[in-house]
Design a protein around this ligand. Structure first.
Ligand code: XMP
Length: 511
């Protein structure tokens, strides 16, 4: 049976990180909100171990998340982290209280005793703390296994019941031996083997979809982004020509991108691919529109219409495939609210076209795992590691009215900028970098003549999650080369500026 760890989510900010850290050890982990799984389900699902996550509350707060305390006695090892540690102590009959010396936050010196959880962890190391309460009185059967200068119980355990708690966060990089501690929990406490591998995922998924889908026709909106591309490659391996991919080319793609997507999938994989060249349809709908939100809305609606028109041509299509990935699922299932927002990569398609069912083959994978699957399936690196590109495409990078001319100029400038960054390989590698066609013209001089040309802005950002981002300190030499090539090679562009705004207050895209 596949071993798996349950990450029982009590509202902590690091729940996804915990699951990723576990999976990095080749042990499958899944996150479930504490109020979306019952004790009986946990028993039935046959978990190898459980991790209680952190959370923002105090266990005595009436609104704080709790769980059936009988979970401590079902014979599955548990690791409680931060709030999870306090909750474990509270459920087992201990006392949790605000720390005498106030809260501890940040890197903190940790002293550990001999304990299976701390095998190969030095007596003194650094851990990451973020708490106000602590375990003041241990429950019966527990002993203290680590402490800090301010916190007399930084870790505890009841080895007989396989219950372990740590006040600090082993999942964050600031905890020097965090990885070792999690490894000890997985392998020494839970007895995991660590045999969760992407190859097994691929063969399992191929076999499953071949069996379940049989000869049904499956439709996928292929955008050329990583997620839908990996779905295409995976399902193609499972069901071949019964997978129909519709690639809506809205004419708002980057230079040569449409051909690249088409060649990759039709040429390399022999995929059943329909490329709908809908540039005119989109541009005529966008004609004269300058408001960013209107642009997005028009593109979203038109996309559905084009897709719908294509779908009609195939007659009976029973299944829709989507590139939903694990973080989308976790995000949509979070919180106490019963209304779960279902995630659609292509805004609202299932509501419009009637399908028997929807398949989401990547819904258990993190982004880096999706990329690994893509590579193993033979997708080109260029595609698997591509930077994010917004669904509305260059429409949100052409400020003001979108015209064919502005799009064409932007494509060239953007290609030059990306090429120069790739060539110069700066030490701080931006996570996203592109050009923006501003709506601004300015006076310049070329040769002896006055010019009045377009101004292009270059944007490069460094970020982990795109929720916040820093503008990247690109080397002047790379910026200089990009600027001089853009203005020399593209006559109508006479000025290049570099965007030095972080997010917030700006967003990554200009619209
Ligand atoms: P912002 O501009 O919101 O962008 O700071 C954050 C990240 O999201 C991308 N982005 C989009 N992706 N559809 C998408 O699929 C969209 O409408 C969209 N808008 C922004 C953006 O490129 C950046 O990576």
């Amino acid at each position: 049976m596949q071993e798996k760890i349950l990450v029982l989510d009590f509202g902590g900010q690091y729940d996804q990180l915990i699951a990723r850290r576990v999976r990095e050890q080749h042990v499958y982990a899944e996150i479930r909100a504490y109020n979306r799984i019952t004790l009986d389900e946990i028993k039935e699902l046959g978990y190898t171990g459980i991790i209680f996550t952190g959370g923002p509350n105090s266990v005595y707060d009436p609104a704080s998340p709790h769980f059936d305390p009988r979970i401590l006695d079902i014979g599955i090892p548990i690791l409680g982290i931060c709030y999870g540690d306090q909750l474990m102590a509270y459920m087992a009959g201990g006392v949790v209280a605000p720390a005498d010396n106030g809260s501890e936050y940040g890197k903190t010196k940790l002293y550990v005793n001999d304990n299976v959880l701390f095998e190969n962890v030095p007596r003194e190391s650094v851990c990451f703390m973020s708490h106000t309460d602590y375990v003041k009185t241990l429950p019966d059967g527990f002993t203290v296994t680590a402490f800090t200068d301010n916190c007399p119980c930084a870790a505890m355990c009841d080895t007989k019941r396989g219950l372990y708690g740590v006040q600090f966060h082993p999942e964050v990089a600031h905890t020097e031996y965090g990885k070792t501690i999690l490894k000890n929990f997985l392998f020494s406490v839970c007895g995991c083997r660590g045999d969760w591998k992407m190859d097994d995922f691929i063969s399992g998924a191929v076999e499953k979809y071949r069996r379940e889908l049989g000869s049904k026709k499956v439709l996928l909106a292929l955008s050329g982004g990583v997620d839908s591309s990996v779905v295409a490659a995976l399902l193609h391996r499972a069901i071949g020509d019964n997978l129909i991919c519709v690639f809506v080319d809205h004419g708002l793609l980057r230079k040569d991108e449409g051909d690249f997507v088409e060649n990759t999938f039709r040429g390399l994989f022999g995929l059943n691919l329909i490329r709908v060249r809908a540039e005119d349809r989109f541009l005529s709908k966008l004609s004269g529109v300058t408001d960013p939100e209107r642009k997005r809305k028009i593109i979203g609606e038109e996309f559905i219409r084009v897709f719908e028109d294509e779908a009609k041509n195939f007659g009976e299509v029973q299944v829709l495939a989507q590139g939903t990935i694990y973080p989308d699922v976790v995000e949509s299932g979070k919180g106490d609210s019963a209304t779960i927002k279902s995630h659609h990569n292509v805004g609202g398609l299932p509501d419009i076209i009637a399908f028997e069912s929807i398949v989401e083959p990547l819904s258990n994978l993190f982004k880096d795992e999706v990329r690994e699957v893509g590579e193993k399936l033979g997708l080109p690196k260029e595609l698997v590691y591509r930077q994010p590109f917004p669904g509305p495409g260059l429409a949100v990078r052409v400020i003001g009215e979108i015209t064919k001319e502005k799009l064409e100029l932007l494509r060239e400038a953007d290609a030059i900028f990306r090429e120069e960054i790739d060539k110069s390989a700066p030490s701080e590698r931006p996570n996203q970098y592109f050009a923006v066609m501003t709506d601004l013209r300015s006076v310049g001089v070329k040769g002896d003549a006055r010019t009045y040309g377009y101004t292009v802005a270059l944007r490069a950002v460094s970020t982990d999650d795109f929720m916040t981002a820093e503008w990247t300190r690109l080397p002047y030499t790379a910026l200089e080369r990009a600027s001089s090539r853009i203005t020399n090679e593209i006559g109508q562009i006479t000025r290049v500026v570099y965007d030095i705004t972080s997010k917030p207050p700006a967003t990554v895209e200009w619209e």
